[in-house]
Design a protein around this ligand. Structure first.
Ligand SMILES: *Cc1c(COP(=O)(O)O)cnc(C)c1O
Length: 399
């Protein structure tokens, strides 16, 4: 590999075509080639998120956190009530964003059990809605929390919420899931599903993406305290509608190079087919989990059924410390350390991304397994990296 392999949960490895698109001289935001790419990216989002013309996709310069801010600022105002399903650091970030908007927030779950971090159950969510001191206006679910590797069953959680209310706004932080996990915004009746360009969509960092339902626009219209101008979906709506119809418009300059790269990446996913892309993530995750098990690394997620397909969060063995990612980096692979403060109190842990385009590159996945295995040996843990690589290869059908 000519560069250190980027195996953190975003930014991720990119295809050569996506890198080339990002490196082209910038286009004018009103030029026909840019209009075609922006429109193509918006249409591709409808396919990936599984929504029709009633829903509206948005692409705004910023990171995933901007999309989180926009989801909150356009649906809730001070004094309203929200529930956050807590599966880690990013759920808590959402709670912090809500608290700063003076929304009354209650977190459900988020406690590390003996066996690991659990997902939030539909029963726990419904009990929280029923026990709340007043009407709940919105529920926030992190599909995959990148700090714990825990995946919530969004379909079951949303169905449980809809069984008690057709009004509640359901927001899904899909930053570590869109493009890598099964997700159906319209079919599951979700109001906002948001992500960022640098995760499973395999584009460079710098774009916030979200799709909003008609319920979101109704909530936005009712707000008495409007969002800041840049965060306001109503600032962006005419521009996005116009581009999707093939006409330029201006509110604030789009990140033309990033949109070009995103367009290339989304076209790659769509030409493969979203179902196949998601299945590829499931197979890669299975391969990585077999390898981790051979290396004696235990998942942070309480159960394999709630372990994400987009990354692995793994406890490090006794005697291995927080310098472990540097030992893996010395072998040409960049992985991440722990992120959730409460988990770090228990001990150091490791996060390895296996999301996006790289899941179509089995030799990079196996190289990662070998680097982690060799680094464990460097750290004084006797393991068998060959056996781990063989276990992963068998799942990837490479043996
Ligand atoms: C990465 C991530 C975010 C934050 O995205 P940024 O682009 O870093 O702002 C939010 N939620 C989840 C689940 C993430 O993985």
């Amino acid at each position: 590999m000519s560069h250190p392999l980027l195996m953190i949960p975003g930014p991720v490895e990119l295809s050569a075509a996506v890198c080339a698109a990002a490196a082209e001289p910038p286009l004018s935001h009103t030029s026909p080639p840019f209009i075609a790419r922006f429109a193509g990216a918006l249409r591709a989002m409808r396919t990936l998120w599984r929504v029709g013309l009633e829903h509206q996709p948005f692409i705004v310069a910023g990171s995933g956190t901007l999309a989180m801010e926009m989801a909150v600022a356009n649906t809730l105002e001070p004094g309203q009530r929200a529930i956050v399903a807590d599966t880690g650091y990013f759920s808590r970030r959402m709670a912090e964003i809500l608290a700063r908007r003076s929304v009354s927030v209650q977190r459900v779950g988020g406690r590390l059990l003996e066996g690991g971090m659990p997902a939030v159950s539909p029963q726990a969510l419904i009990e929280a809605i029923e026990r709340a001191d007043g009407p709940v206006h919105a529920v926030f679910i992190t599909h995959v929390d990148t700090s714990t590797g825990v995946r919530c069953d969004v379909r079951a959680l949303a169905a449980a919420v809809r069984a008690v209310s057709s009004e509640v706004i359901i927001v899904v932080d899909g930053v570590c899931s869109v493009g890598g996990e099964v997700l159906d915004q319209e079919g599951w009746d979700l109001d906002v599903v948001l992500t960022a360009s640098q995760k499973a969509l395999s584009a460079p960092p710098g774009l916030a993406l979200l799709v909003a339902s008609p319920r979101v626009f109704a909530a936005r219209e009712r707000l008495t305290v409007p969002p800041p101008l840049l965060f306001d979906l109503l600032s962006w709506l005419p521009v996005h509608q116009s581009y999707e119809k093939g006409r330029p418009a201006y509110f604030a300059t789009p990140a033309t190079s990033l949109v070009s790269a995103l367009h290339t990446s989304l076209e790659e996913i769509i030409s493969e087919g979203i179902d196949l892309a998601v299945a590829r993530h499931a197979r890669s995750a299975e391969a990585m989990r077999r390898a981790w098990s051979v290396l004696g690394l235990r998942l942070v997620a309480e159960q394999e059924s709630c372990a994400a397909n987009t990354l692995s969060a793994l406890w490090l063995p006794e005697g291995v410390d927080g310098t472990f990612p540097a030992k893996v980096a010395a072998r040409g692979v960049t992985v991440a350390g722990g992120l959730h403060p409460e988990l770090l109190l228990k001990g150091p842990y490791l996060r390895v991304g296996h999301l996006g385009w790289v899941t179509s590159q089995p030799e990079r996945l196996l190289h990662t397994v070998r680097a982690v295995g060799d680094a464990l040996i460097d750290s004084g843990t006797p393991v068998d990296p060959d056996a781990a690589v063989a276990a992963a290869s068998a799942v990837l059908n490479l043996s």
